[in-house]
Design a protein around this ligand. Sequence first.
Ligand code: ATP
Length: 235
Amino acid sequence: MLEVRDLSVKYGHFTALHAVNLTVEPGEIVVLLGANGAGKSTLFRTLSGLQRPSGGAATWRGTPLTGGRPEFNVAHGVAQCPEGRLLFPELSVEKNLRLGAFVHRRDPAGTARELERVYELFPAMVDKRHAPAGSLSGGQQQMVAIGRALMARPDLLLLDEPSLGLAPLVVEQVFAALQRVNAGGVSVLLAEQNAFAALGIAHRGYVLEGGRVTLQGEQRMLMTDDRVRSAYLGV
Ligand code: ATP
């Protein structure tokens, strides 16, 4: 499982994460709710090995993720789909996808198999495979970004705000695809401000406020919690 224990991150004198504790069990979809600036991206960057913590630990299946080597984390099954997608807009969809298989560059047959699985997951990508990624709609670009992360063959997928800027119907499609990915055995940690859609597919969740976990619980408990309803569900 993913085990985050007393994880703290500082930027200079500013503490962005205060001793955060969180777990993701194999097979779970766990949502991390939080407003802008709550520390969601900081947590993801830390779990990806891009940011060194100032204290605490994070492990996936017992392997430390905080050694500051992103490629190591990807090779050990943890892939991130970053906020804002960060595709290469001039490169084709397929080239963007193939970039995600960087850690498997010595296994071209495995990469070809994974590419087919991504096209099965997102059939709309097949006709677009040679189109520049930047020419796709926002929803399709998000699917390419998720597909690129899957090309690393992760068993833990970190998704930072996949619904950002997407129309409700497109959000539904993206989240339905995430459920299929999860059903295929990939655990998911999902950071979202769109609590309604995220809680619709999550098993459990955490609320992050000012770099601290202030609430955690099962999906149903969070859905009915007054604080969650007023802060994140607009009720
Ligand atoms: P958003 O959805 O807006 O990205 P977030 O919940 O992901 O929000 P973070 O990006 O992790 O939040 O930021 C947490 C806090 O840390 C914010 O107050 C932010 O201003 C600060 N912060 C983030 N990156 C840096 C940095 N490189 N240097 C200094 N402060 C930073």
